[in-house]
Design a protein around this ligand. Structure first.
Ligand SMILES: *Cc1c(COP(=O)(O)O)cnc(C)c1O
Length: 487
């Protein structure tokens, strides 16, 4: 945690010592204070390299949506661009050009009515993209309200309780009332009816997620849009939709081309995706796109001088690496539409096969099967009372598998699940090894007299335990773990 203070690391020596093989002479440097003198680069490298061995193995991390593998050529390009600052459009015009090409390609992929009129930008990830898209919705609503001579001081935004934490941050940081639709029974997502019910003249937009970080399910974007069309006909209230396609924005175009979730729906004003998730780039790059210039109020856009011309920018950051944008372009060129389709289809095949095998093991019930996002969630079946999903997560961790277990939010806080994210690089072979390990731990778990771990005492293994320290403001439940564990 970046906000941790060093004195919280009780029991850790205040000094680092280097292996004498590397340093020749004994070396001891302070751990928590800027050292007075420097040390040899090889020794510094070795000290840090050794410490980082304690990090988990990223390829075995089934919790993350974020790419953990890249081709050597992509890595070479990233290293070549490490020193390029994305904001220096004037100095690095070709990097700026490549960013614009990527925006154009995405606008085309997401069926913007006129890709030449779509506007968009790269970001550090979907979180920054969400802030920008949310700001555009808020500003548009404010302009409209003021033009109508109506108050514009109480904006709200409607979304499912399953939204990723970035939307909660947006609402908090930019002072928009978040209206969360709770889960109900076996509905773990936003639905058209529940969304419309919460909308009024102060609603700046509805966020629909493709797909949910909790279970990988797509929210019914077209149904939500249609219900909002009907709302407008009935009441005159015009609420735009933003699609959080952090993952699905790079899955659905390739695997579900018939599914209208994107700019084909006139009500969809903007879309974000994480280039570093199924865009297959290593962290961190995201994308935010608006269907046309009207969807992005011009007074949010800053203009910088670019080769004597005008370069509009919309970003929260200023300086930021250009390498990830280059890597995104590399993937687009290298894979093309059909390459992406094959990669994503393989992920979906692995996910659906693995979920089916897990369902056959006996003690588990699937919540989803990986046929939308290549992500599925499963729980321990109702008739099992001697072990929990937290026990399963801990047992898998013994072999290095990182599978988060977490409790669902309101009104399904009774439900705890495990979630598996299948990414590029996690093929059928690794899935088989995973399955073998899951099979191996089951007899031991089944022999337990009672659960060892639950949401409260799961300790380091429960991503759910993190929520305790971060209660939502205004007495709302803590941020559910799936929203934190997704990246
Ligand atoms: C991962 C994710 C985010 C946040 O994306 P980052 O790229 O990690 O900032 C937002 N929404 C959804 C649905 C996600 O899956």
């Amino acid at each position: 945690m970046p906000l941790k203070r060093p004195h919280q690391h009780r029991g850790v020596s205040k000094h680092l010592t280097a292996n004498p093989v590397f340093s020749r002479e004994p070396i001891s440097v302070p751990r928590f204070k800027l050292p007075h003198d420097g040390i040899d680069p090889d020794v510094a490298y070795q000290i840090i390299h050794d410490e980082l061995m304690l990090d988990g193995n990223a390829r075995l991390n089934l919790a993350t949506f974020v790419s953990t593998w890249a081709e050597p050529q992509a890595q070479a390009l990233m290293a070549e661009c490490a020193e390029k600052n994305m904001i220096d459009k004037d100095e690095y015009p070709q990097t700026a050009e490549v960013e614009a090409r990527c925006v154009h390609m995405l606008a085309d992929l997401w069926h913007a009515p006129d890709p030449d009129r779509a506007v968009g930008c790269s970001t550090t990830g979907s979180s920054e993209a969400a802030m920008l898209a949310g700001l555009a919705l808020k500003r548009r609503w404010q302009h409209r309200r003021r033009a109508e001579g109506k108050p514009a001081d109480r904006p709200n935004m409607v979304m499912g309780i399953n939204v990723q934490v970035c939307w909660e941050k947006f609402a908090d940081y930019f002072e928009v009332e978040p209206r969360y639709v709770p889960m109900e029974g076996e509905r773990y997502c936003l639905s058209a009816e529940t969304a419309v019910e919460l909308c009024d003249e102060n609603t700046i937009g509805v966020v629909a997620v493709l797909g949910s970080t909790f279970d990988g399910a797509y929210e019914p974007v077209a149904e939500i849009a249609a219900a909002l069309d009907a709302l407008q006909e009935r009441t005159g209230i015009d609420v735009p939709v933003h699609v959080d396609g952090a993952s699905g924005g790079m899955i659905a175009p390739f695997l579900d081309p018939e599914l209208p979730w994107d700019f084909r729906l006139p009500r969809v004003a903007s879309i974000n995706t994480s280039g570093h998730k199924y865009g297959l780039v290593m962290p961190g790059v995201g994308w935010a796109l608006w269907r046309d210039a009207e969807a992005l109020p011009d007074d949010l856009v800053f203009h910088v001088n670019y080769l004597g011309g005008d370069m509009p920018t919309f970003a929260l950051n200023f300086s930021r690496p250009g390498a990830q944008v280059i890597a995104q372009y590399y993937n687009f060129l290298r894979l093309g539409f059909d390459g992406y389709r094959m990669v994503q289809q393989t992920c979906r095949d692995v996910a659906t096969r693995l979920s089916a095998e897990i369902a056959k093991l006996g003690p588990f019930t699937l919540l989803t099967d990986g046929s939308e996002l290549p992500v599925f969630a499963f729980r321990v079946s109702d008739d099992i009372d001697n072990f929990t999903v937290f026990d399963v997560s801990a047992a898998l961790r013994e072999r290095g598998w990182l599978v988060p277990a977490y409790t669902f939010p309101e009104h399904r806080t009774d439900l705890a699940a495990l979630r598996v994210v299948i990414r590029n690089g996690f093929g059928h072979d690794l899935a088989d090894l995973f399955l073998e390990d899951l099979r191996r731990v089951l007899p031991r778990l089944k022999a337990q007299a009672a659960p060892h771990r639950n949401a409260e005492n799961a300790g380091a293994f429960a991503h759910g335990a993190e929520t305790k320290e971060s209660p939502r403001k205004s007495g709302k439940p803590a941020v559910p773990a799936a929203r934190r564990a997704e990246s």
